[in-house]
Ligand binder design. Sequence first.
Ligand code: XIL
Length: 371
Amino acid sequence: MKTIFALSVLILMASLDTIGQKTLREATKGEFLFGVAVNMKQVNGVNPIETELITKEFSAIVPENIMKPQPIHPEENKYKWDDADKFVAFGEKNNLTVTGHCLIWHSQIGKWFFVDENGKDVSPEILKERMRQHINAVVSRYKGRIKGWDVVNEAFEDNGTYRKSKFYQILGKDFIKYAFQFAHEADPNAELYYNDYNVETPAKCDAIVQLVKELKADGCRIDAVGSQAHMHMNSPTLDATETSFKKLKTAGIHILITEWDISILPSPYDGANVSANFDYSREMDPYREGVPEAVQQQWNKRMLDMFGLFLKYSDVIDRVTVWGLTDNGTWLNNFPIRGRKDYPVLFDRNNQRKSVVDGMIKMAENYKSKK
Ligand code: XIL
């Protein structure tokens, strides 16, 4: 009896040890790439622990900000390549699959892009030509080194209508098609994606499916739809998320989970339009001193439920990327309310793996062993 007990303890310890040693990168291998959004401090190794976590735990990276139109192309004919060059080299050196984010977006883009020297909106021809130059310069610089690009980001409202961005106002919906054509011309081998938030909202998901069909009918290359997956404790529901996956899958579309995080805080807003901003109040920032155990358990469950769903659809989900490495650096500490303390990602403020990571690893291992 004693021997059996001792043996089981040994086996348990050994299996815990294996889980402890396994990385997310290893556990998800064969199912999907497992990525993280990174910043330049991490690329530059300012905190070597963070950099090591990125290279060990993940198989893919995406730049959180540095390749967006504003930072990379702040003025007409002026590009800032230094950071992007370092970022791509960092990915290559560490054997991480690199995604580019993002070519055409209404946010984080210089105002110059849309106006002439008198501050008036440019003509459709000029805007189209500026798009071509921008996309061509950025995509061809990294030709063959970037697996795929978020070509257009957030072109729809949640109700499925086109967002009335400057691109849309000046060029109509064709701006999307042009962007995909220009990106394909610049690097014919790069994968091309359409990316948006709240893809779980039925009207928005339908609009995206329709867009993909139209792009394909126009002969454009599009490899997948990116679902940002900035989530909250109660929304989107697991059902709504699965329904969106089913719709995309049925339409023959591959999926990327591109910016996954689950905010543990109350939210005045469930979109991810980065210009949204609400006033701070202490009630909206309840976990400054730490997260109560019961709430933590709810968050863990929600993370695991979603991760389980990603595994279930791993035949069409090619990558899952978490939007940020640690709770310390998450954008949600300042969005949509500045100065809060959120806990939405996989590593805590001391760069420690959260317990949910072990759960995810176990789940992935289990899933693979049953296939
Ligand atoms: C966010 C970054 O995380 C922040 O650092 C920045 O201040 C604003 O943008 N959708 C996107 C991402 O596609 O690029 C956004 O990233 C989050 C919402």
